[in-house]
Design a protein around this ligand. Structure first.
Ligand SMILES: [Zn+2]
Length: 169
């Protein structure tokens, strides 16, 4: 796993001047550090993690989004979901994995997985603000496990987009 902190600092737990400055400034949060260490500790068991670029975490009450490099989502979702399960157990949150630098559709697909997105469109409100409307297809049991409020909050924090989420009949 690679990230903005040196791997030596991450492994040793003692941060060099450069790394501790990033933590002090808030560029790297305490949760980022915790998740980065968790990912590092899982590398031996799940070697695909070695190639993952970890950007940051974004949190809500019960959901934790992990933002990784383009193409890294499958590296975290592999192994029958065991990495995600472990991360969920260790953090007590529901885990979402998102990719940095992708288009809105890909971002939203990862955010709402395993539900299918039927439609994405943009709605202009009378006050000139913009909402992104997402219509999701139903999947057995899928809806109840998704915390739509948390996912909207994550979309706003990661991409600065306001979502309107609807389900197809
Ligand atoms: Zn360092």
């Amino acid at each position: 796993m690679k990230m903005g902190l040196c791997s030596f600092c991450l492994k040793s737990g003692i941060l060099c001047q450069k790394c501790s400055a990033k933590v002090k400034s808030g560029e790297v949060s305490e949760t980022d550090l915790r998740v980065a260490r968790l990912l590092l500790s899982l590398e031996e068991k799940f070697p695909s993690l070695q190639n993952v670029y970890f950007h940051k975490t974004v949190e809500t009450d019960r959901t934790l989004a992990i933002v990784v490099g383009p193409g890294d989502v499958p590296r975290l979702l592999g192994y029958g979901g065991k990495i995600i399960k472990t991360l969920g157990e260790e953090t007590g949150r529901s885990i979402r994995v998102l990719e940095n630098g992708v288009d809105n559709r890909k971002f939203l697909e990862d955010l709402f997985a395993p539900l299918n997105i039927l439609t994405i469109n943009t709605i202009w409100l009378p006050d000139g603000s913009m909402e992104t409307r997402v219509i999701l297809g139903r999947k057995r049991g899928g809806r109840s496990s998704l915390d739509v409020k948390a996912l909207k909050e994550i979309a706003s924090k990661v991409r600065n987009i306001t979502l309107r989420v609807e389900f197809a009949d």
